[in-house]
Design a protein around this ligand. Structure first.
Ligand code: GTP
Ligand code: MG
Length: 197
């Protein structure tokens, strides 16, 4: 897929204020600092489109980006950052739940997982919630450039084996690097496929 045009539309905390749900939408979510905003920049080829930071907790709002005037990419705030108050955590959960429940044009959620780590409880819990809410999702294992390919493959296998304990069917998954641009064609090809369904 060729990205001809990618532009920021709006940021907000309320689903009711998101753009009219007339086009398919793909949301990126995962632990703080896992690389959601970087992946959006890598996929669109626009390095400053989504704001990134080496400090976790950079993205705080629901951010809509319109791609090729045809579909939206959505950058969401991450979860699992330890230095966050109980109140902010509760607000995050409320906002994300409302987003997942009410966004009628949500075609698929991309759950980003740090490819360097063993299965993390927060990721598994979030995935369980998506299952309970019947939200379609796929997995993206990020930062693959930070270790060998065989190490990444092993961690992906371990994660999927963990999921197999509770899931009959495993989701599709992708391995990406925002630095090496790995996985770009695969993720964009998948979006193309879903857009055409
Ligand atoms: P929050 O908005 O805080 O939830 O974080 P995020 O998930 O949007 O992460 P972000 O894209 O801001 O990236 C966090 C840090 O990881 C930044 O320092 C990025 O440069 C780095 N990073 C992201 N993706 C990759 C990657 O694929 N490879 C490497 N080496 N670094 C990455
Ligand atoms: Mg971010």
């Amino acid at each position: 897929m060729v990205i001809r045009d990618a532009r920021f539309i709006c940021s907000n905390t309320q689903v009711a204020l998101c753009p009219e749900p007339a086009l398919p939408e793909y949301a990126f979510i995962g632990r703080s600092n896992v690389g959601k905003s970087s992946l959006i920049n890598m996929l669109t080829g626009r390095s400053g489109l989504a704001k990134t930071s080496s400090l976790p907790g950079k993205t705080q709002l629901i951010n809509h980006f319109l791609i090729n005037e045809q579909w939206y990419l959505v950058d969401l705030p991450g979860y699992g950052y330890a230095r966050v108050s109980k109140e902010s955590r509760a607000n995050w959960a409320k906002m994300i739940r409302a987003y997942l429940e009410k966004r009628t044009n949500l075609s698929c959620v991309f759950v980003l997982i740090d490819s360097r780590l063993p299965p993390q409880a927060v990721d598994l819990e979030f995935i369980t919630m998506l299952g309970e809410m019947s939200v379609p999702f796929v997995l993206v294992f990020t930062k693959a450039d930070k270790q060998s390919g065989s190490r990444t493959a092993q961690n992906v296998r371990t994660f999927l084996e963990k999921m197999r304990e509770t899931w009959d069917e495993l989701p599709r998954h992708f391995v990406t690097s925002a630095v090496g641009r790995d996985g770009r064609e695969e993720v964009l090809g998948f979006i193309d496929e879903v857009n055409q369904q």
